[in-house]
Design a protein around this ligand. Structure first.
Ligand SMILES: Cc1cc2nc3c(=O)[nH]c(=O)nc-3n(C[C@H](O)[C@H](O)[C@H](O)COP(=O)(O)O)c2cc1C
Length: 337
């Protein structure tokens, strides 16, 4: 069974790869991921706040947390709490590149079109075959319009596009008013791919202690449906590769993402929970399912459930919504849905 796919111009044996996570900070784990058949390795992110903190510390020789400038940075982990500082990050890209034969995708994570983006070039120089840009931004200012935020994101992509020649994929959140329009802007700015979606690790509230409580909880397959929905809408409508991240745990999850239009399927929670070998299990089961269904290749299934050929995707979506609400019957009172 031919499971090959083309993602960001990279020819991959199949779509399954680890998403950005601390798994790849350890070369042993990286080798185990390759042994399990990962078609590419996505690096953990290097964060804007790490780079800014590091540069400021170099100039001022102080702990940024104890300086007025550092007030905003004080919400972030201290430099020593990140597994890899900026220099070590670049070394790790080099080391991973040497350790594996599959493509290596670097990851930068931040929100401003500023100097930290120079690291895009350094990551490319360190040997990355492609770069993820993770724009994790929560709008809190009532004066800031959606257009301003989107413009800033496109500007980040434009800047990085000028600095690197490797493909760029943008990892997005689902909280944009018109994702198709934003997607087009990002492609025009130079993005080669879109990764759907960032998860939001919403802090909980402890009502007794009047404290917020950070929570890192793993995804479940339920979260995949949001990704499937938007993959199906964007597939064929943007000239970019599409990747799914969030809620891929089983072969069925991966197949749904591919059918909705994903060229690459990333897994993190499933690998953190079950270990790198889980990737081989998902791949084997995916292959088996496609063979049973008499598919000749993965490409035959790719995008088969996208809305690309739907004459009216907007009506389809709204119709689906209305039908779902109307499907409830009084006989379902008290039963789980
Ligand atoms: C412990 C942990 C660390 C992560 N670190 C990063 C990161 O550095 N950069 C990034 O873009 N995403 C990061 N993510 C998000 C994952 O790449 C992925 O998008 C998210 O976990 C959803 O996928 P999943 O449902 O397969 O876990 C991290 C996730 C976890 C659980």
């Amino acid at each position: 069974m031919d499971l090959s796919t083309s993602y960001l111009g990279l020819e991959l044996e199949h779509p399954l790869m680890p998403g950005a996570s601390p798994l790849v900070d350890d070369l042993d784990a990286v080798r185990r991921l390759e042994d399990a058949g990962a078609s590419a390795i996505v690096m953990h992110s290097l964060f804007e706040e790490q780079i800014i903190g590091d540069e400021y510390r170099r100039v001022a020789d102080i702990d940024v947390h104890e300086h007025a400038f550092g007030e905003a940075l004080s919400y972030f982990p201290r430099a020593s709490e990140y597994p890899l500082g900026p220099d070590r990050y670049l070394e790790q890209v080099r080391a991973v590149r040497e350790a594996v034969s599959v493509p290596v995708i670097g990851s930068l994570n931040g929100t401003t079109p500023e100097g930290w983006l120079n690291y895009a070039h350094l990551i490319e120089q360190a040997g990355a075959h492609a770069l993820e840009l993770n724009f994790y931004y929560v709008a809190t200012d009532p004066d800031e319009t959606g257009g301003v935020i989107e413009h800033r994101l496109a500007e980040i992509v434009r800047i990085v596009r000028r600095r690197v020649s490797v493909p760029i994929a943008v990892k997005l959140s689902p909280f944009f008013t018109s994702l198709p329009h934003l997607a087009r802007q990002l492609v025009e700015a130079g993005a080669d791919g879109l990764i759907l979606f960032n998860r939001f690790y919403q802090p909980d509230i402890d009502p007794e202690k009047l404290e917020t409580v950070p929570r890192l909880h793993y995804s479940t397959s339920d979260e995949l449906l949001l990704r499937v929905r938007w993959l199906a809408i964007l597939s064929g409508r943007v000239r970019a590769s599409l990747a799914a991240t969030g809620g891929v745990h089983t072969s069925m999850d991966a197949i749904k993402a591919v059918m909705a239009g994903a060229h690459a399927v990333q897994m993190v929670a499933a690998l953190l929970r079950n270990g790198p070998k889980h990737l081989a299990v998902v791949r084997r089961e995916m292959q088996h399912w496609l063979e049973e269904g008499e598919y000749e290749s993965l490409r035959q299934a790719q995008g088969s459930m996208s809305l690309e050929r739907s004459p009216d995707p907007e009506a389809f979506e709204r119709g689906n919504y209305v039908r779902a609400l109307q499907s409830w019957r009084p006989s379902r009172f008290g039963t789980p849905t």
